[in-house]
Design a protein around this ligand. Structure first.
Ligand code: 6GU
Length: 228
């Protein structure tokens, strides 16, 4: 999979060189490139924003640099998927991550300030599959951290990125419930014991206990998931 990110702070994406995603890049399973939006400005101050039509606080990202960036980054004759990061987007979920993991080319357009001129989104639709996506109900200063979170969630679902494919199966959100609690050695630690059932070797009983724990945890932490 090819992934491009466009941002005025491309250095944010340096973290993608670490750990499993770094390894996946070395192995050419994913190819990642971060681009500085200011590359596509032409004035002395390399301006990327301007005041909003209609008034209001804050600044809006100008359309021209984005259009020029897309002209260069979108391959001719192909239809990449472009993700505009915005708190006004559709929710990013495990399901969306799995869907996006099947694409061959993702482009993340990371807005700052009060957002990007909406015509940029409209215009991108002519050359790409377009999604406006949010990672949750809170506001970040820009889309870079959100894009990094999405890239990690998507890439770990690509075959070969995670060594142990089994670990993908039993995770929180796959079943619609949260994952059961985990324990490791020592069995007794600072007066706290590992639940005895886990030491029993009764696999059917352990599975039953884990299912119960998943349900209890979901009830306590995410009752909204049970309502669904
Ligand atoms: Cl994708 N961008 C920004 N700026 N804030 C967010 C977000 C995205 N998702 C949640 N908050």
């Amino acid at each position: 999979m090819k992934i491009d990110a466009i941002s005025i702070f491309p250095e944010f994406f340096d973290v993608l060189g670490l750990s499993l995603l770094g390894k996946a890049q070395d192995q050419k399973i994913i190819g990642f490139e971060a681009h500085d939006l200011r590359k596509w400005t032409s004035d002395k101050h390399r301006t990327v924003d301007d005041s909003p039509y209609g008034g209001g606080a804050g600044m809006v990202m100008k359309p021209e640099p984005w259009g020029d960036a897309f002209d260069e980054i979108f391959p001719k004759g192909q239809r990449p998927t472009i993700i505009f990061t915005t708190p006004a987007g559709i929710p990013f979920t495990q399901k969306l991550a799995a869907d996006l993991a099947t694409r061959s080319h993702l482009v993340f357009a990371c807005g700052r300030y009060e957002g990007i001129d909406q015509r940029v989104v409209e215009h991108a639709g002519a050359q790409a599959e377009v999604l406006e996506v949010s990672i949750g109900d809170y506001v970040l200063n820009g889309g870079e951290v959100a894009a990094i979170a999405m890239i990690e969630a998507i890439c770990r679902l690509i075959p070969g990125v995670i060594g142990n494919a089994e670990s993908l199966i039993e995770e929180s959100h796959n079943s619609g419930l949260l994952e059961y609690p985990s324990y490791t050695k020592p069995a007794s630690w600072r007066g706290l014991e590992v639940p005895e059932i886990l030491l029993s070797g009764h696999h059917a009983e352990i599975e039953k206990w884990r299912n119960e724990q998943s349900l209890l945890r979901t009830k306590a932490n995410r009752p909204d998931l049970l309502a669904e």
